[in-house]
Design a protein around this ligand. Structure first.
Ligand code: FES
Length: 215
């Protein structure tokens, strides 16, 4: 639950309780996959990336395929319009959901743990500005100061949501799910050191930055 919903539940328990019960009752005659697909469409209608990712995951968990998610999106086309359908497909591709991506070549499996990712030239990284890159299916956050580069797994330490490029704000990245904030120079979470991002080993050779993806 988001911080805002947490707050509303505490501030208006009766109203919010009735609202959640209303949602639950109205979905009780539908099977989980249908419920999740409808929720996917509602998140596309209001264009909330974190919500779309969350409900797309639920749809997959409930047994939906990428084809079925695409069917649902295209069935809702008259209401969503082309720009929202394109936006949703972009998000699903960006997050690597099965069935979304290159239609001609198979998406390679992510680099196994322990293997080294060739990320980019050092000169391609801006100074003191957080950057997100996805290399061989692995999402990374990068921070450069001169010849020193730090790299982190781009996953939130709260509930594991991927940290999106849209959440980068100067030295920080903010998780789209519940708003946790991390500083990139150190990888620390504003909620405490124990929630720090997972840092990865970086090496520099001949002007290129490599990162080792660890477990
Ligand atoms: S998953 Fe909750 S703040 Fe990131």
């Amino acid at each position: 639950m988001s911080r805002a919903l947490d707050f509303l539940v505490k501030a208006r328990p009766q109203a919010m309780g009735a609202y959640f019960q209303f949602l639950k009752d109205n979905g009780s005659r539908l099977e989980p996959k249908t419920r999740a697909l409808i929720s996917v469409i509602t998140k596309v209608a209001v264009q909330t990336e974190a919500g779309l990712v969350q409900y797309a995951r639920r749809a997959y968990d409930a047994g939906a395929s990428g084809e079925e998610i695409l069917d649902a999106l295209l069935m809702a086309f008259p209401a969503l319009g082309l720009h929202r359908v394109v936006w949703a497909v972009d998000v699903l591709i960006e997050h690597g959901f099965e069935g979304f991506g290159d239609t001609e070549e198979e998406t390679p499996a992510p680099t196994p743990p322990g293997e080294t990712l060739d990320v980019c030239a050092l000169s391609a990284l801006p100074e003191r500005q957080a950057v997100k890159r996805t290399c061989d299916g692995r999402p990374l956050l990068l921070w450069r100061e001169g010849e020193r580069v730090r790299a982190y797994k781009a996953y939130c330490s709260h509930q594991g949501m991927e940290l999106m490029a849209s959440g980068l704000k100067g030295e920080h990245v903010v998780c789209a799910q519940h708003g946790w904030r991390f500083d990139l120079p150190e990888g620390r979470c504003a909620r405490g050191e124990r929630w720090s991002l997972t840092e990865l080993p970086v090496s520099l050779r001949q002007g290129r930055v490599s990162v080792t993806w660890t477990d």
